[in-house]
Design a binder for this molecule. Structure first.
Ligand code: AP5
Length: 217
């Protein structure tokens, strides 16, 4: 029997719900979530992230392409990626997208779909400023919509401060000017409305992938 390999890419502005959706979708497809942001924050916690990169991240800028491309090449070669994976926050630039295509082509693989989550900017700002993450489980919470349980060890990301949030949203707008047409031209882009409950958004993503209702409630 031929194994089905599912390779998905989630794109969307900071706060669009990529991390939230990635966890829900990965559970449905039984594939790992690969988030460059999470990998970089892990390196930051471990003290292995170069200071110049740490400063860029905390201020809301994008790291140079070469700092993230190698991370993805290595991570996707790990055994748990043999049935596919979901990329969250990578690629963010056309050079990163080209590097990914070249890397996948080495294994005769390609992307199945690029899902873009659309959320209006004022709501993004509101989501980011109220986001908290449980340090131990990685679970993402929102102080109003999805409040953390008592006892959660909460972290407020340095780049969720209002001054960094504006810079990240601007960087996303500049970046997508080139990245989205790149995937649109390849007919891989699926635009999904990211406003609604996380479960509603997941259902829309499943429909966009041609699997309405599969595994859903
Ligand atoms: P990264 O970690 O990728 O951050 P990001 O793209 O800014 O995205 P976020 O994690 O902020 O938001 P999200 O879309 O995952 O939203 P979430 O689900 O948490 O990158 C961080 C930094 O690393 C970058 O700025 C850059 O410096 C560097 N970096 C990473 N990758 C890079 C790359 N490829 N190249 C260069 N540099 C790179 O949700 C947000 C909030 O909203 C939460 O509180 C959540 O509970 C809430 N929420 C989510 N969905 C809903 C919903 N449907 N309804 C109500 N609330 C919701």
């Amino acid at each position: 029997m031929t194994e089905v390999i599912m390779i998905l890419v989630l794109v969307g502005p900071p706060g669009a719900g990529k991390g939230t959706q990635a966890k829900l979708l990965c559970a449905r497809f039984s594939i790992p979530q690969i988030s460059t942001g999470d990998m970089l924050r892990e390196a930051k916690r471990a003290g292995t992230l170069e200071k110049r990169y740490l400063d860029i991240m905390d201020s809301g800028g994008l790291l140079p392409d070469e700092a993230v491309i190698g991370l993805i090449d290595r991570r996707t070669a790990e055994p748990d990626c043999s049935n596919g994976f979901l990329l969250d926050g990578f690629p963010r630039t056309v050079p990163q997208a080209n590097a990914l295509d070249a890397h996948l082509a080495q294994g005769s693989l390609g992307i199945d779909a690029v899902i873009q989550l659309d959320v209006p900017r004022p709501l993004l700002e509101e989501r980011l400023i109220h986001r908290r993450t449980d340090k131990r489980s990685g679970q993402i919470y929102h102080l109003v919509y999805n409040p953390p349980p008592p006892g959660a060890e909460l972290e407020h990301r340095a780049d969720d401060r209002p001054e960094a949030v504006g810079k990240r949203l601007d960087a996303y707008e500049a970046m997508t000017a080139a990245l989205l047409p790149f995937y649109e031209q390849k007919k891989l882009l699926r635009r999904v409305d990211g406003v609604g409950t996380p479960e509603e958004v997941t259902q829309r993503v499943m429909s966009a992938l041609g699997r309405p209702g599969s595994g859903g409630e």
